[in-house]
Design a protein around this ligand. Sequence first.
Ligand SMILES: CC(C)(COP(=O)(O)OP(=O)(O)OC[C@H]1O[C@@H](n2cnc3c(N)ncnc32)[C@H](O)[C@@H]1OP(=O)(O)O)[C@@H](O)C(=O)NCCC(=O)NCCS
Length: 148
Amino acid sequence: MIDVRILTTHDAALFGNVADDVFDEPINPEYLAAFLADPRHHIAVGIEDGVIIGFASGVDYIHPDKPAELWINEVGVAPTHQRRGLGRRILDCLLAHGRSIGCRTAWVLTETGNGPAKALYTSAGGTVDADVDDPDAQPVLFVFQEGL
Ligand SMILES: CC(C)(COP(=O)(O)OP(=O)(O)OC[C@H]1O[C@@H](n2cnc3c(N)ncnc32)[C@H](O)[C@@H]1OP(=O)(O)O)[C@@H](O)C(=O)NCCC(=O)NCCS
């Protein structure tokens, strides 16, 4: 049986058992502790026999002129467990958690060529932002790495 739930600070030990190719990088204990201790960072996971086999992470934030939103940061399911509805269960869990803490909307970015991710987000009720049809409103990703 696969348990899907939101993790808390008490769940750090679970990250000692993560299936291959769920996260991009090995778990860093310092980053993990900071993440779990931060009330604005959230992670929903799928656990089978004590092993994390999928996750969706997000951050809730607020702005002086806007209500709380949930930014979905990363989603991943072990290749051994894909196409079985697990990504959807985990994402639904994270979205429900976002609603429970007062987020009115959630958003996520993905690559145009990532068919599985687009299918997942559509399945969970997401719609492509209306502005995407306006060539002047296409999202452009800038990164700032030097000097930070
Ligand atoms: C995207 C990802 C998380 C989906 O997880 P998953 O557990 O396989 O997804 P699910 O089985 O819950 O499927 C959810 C929906 O997407 C569809 N879907 C999933 N993979 C698909 C694929 N390869 N092709 C077409 N549709 C797909 C399913 O049919 C389902 O649709 P439905 O609810 O209408 O039947 C998984 O493919 C993954 O980990 N990919 C690598 C990491 C990644 O790209 N993450 C997203 C970054 S933005």
